[in-house]
Design a protein around this ligand. Sequence first.
Ligand SMILES: C[S@@+](CC[C@H](N)C(=O)[O-])C[C@H]1O[C@@H](n2cnc3c(N)ncnc32)[C@H](O)[C@@H]1O
Length: 277
Amino acid sequence: MIEHDAISENYETGQVLDKIRAALLRLGKSPDSVTIEDLAPVDEFHIGGRQASEDLLGQLGLSASNRVLDIGCGLGGTARLMASRYGCRVSGIDRTAEFVAVAQALCAWTGLDEQTALCQGDASCLPFESGVFDAACMLHVGMNIDNKATLWSEVHRVLRPGARFGIYDVMRTAEGPLTYPVPWAQSAADNHICSPQAYKQALQQCGFLIIAERNRREFALAFFRELRARLAAAAGPPVLGLHLIMGQSTGARMQNIVSSVSTGLVAPVELIVQKPG
Ligand SMILES: C[S@@+](CC[C@H](N)C(=O)[O-])C[C@H]1O[C@@H](n2cnc3c(N)ncnc32)[C@H](O)[C@@H]1O
């Protein structure tokens, strides 16, 4: 097990599985009956939720024979979506011990534990043989990783030639101070956000080809508008939602990311890259 650090500390609020179980019971569901659709409000920890995952994964050419890697898998929502939707075998890795334990439990609850193998570890030192994955994805993780060159070279190593790698990260789109906390960092010390240009340059230096790039700012703003309308209509947070993960600072974190996207300082950006065949 890797050391507990500021990154894990940012994410570990404690008792996440108990909170999810209690919320499901309030919704008339249980570990025996829960589906990946039921879990979507809590297990997709990125801007745009399930729709954003589907939009990214749809560009990776996944099929049932594939073995796929989910880097920074969090609670495993994207991994379960790939296993369920495409029939892939999915390996996931995440630095935060509690998230991995919850992710494994949720895979068991949804009957996807045989198709998924999620472990704790550092994405910059992947515990996998070279060339074993047919595709990889990484959603809202790069903002926590300073040395992206090491990260990209590890991902490049474990992919087979011709494999695609889909990234969906919050990236820096203009200069200016960010207000903390944000969902991925309590303070500037844990924030390693950088521009799409820096991503592409480092990815190319590691040998990846850039296949597609899409700034998802408008999609994000529409997502935030809908979220705000739903919260106002319900006069409070939903029973099952990301507040169960982010804890007491949910309001401040959400307010700060909405403001940073609105003012154009940051935006969620998709990059699809490929290891040459
Ligand atoms: C905002 S969450 C996104 C989780 C998941 N990808 C999703 O979209 O639901 C960021 C995740 O990245 C993980 N993470 C951050 N740095 C990491 C690293 N160096 N190696 C592995 N995981 C990391 C965190 O533990 C956290 O679970």
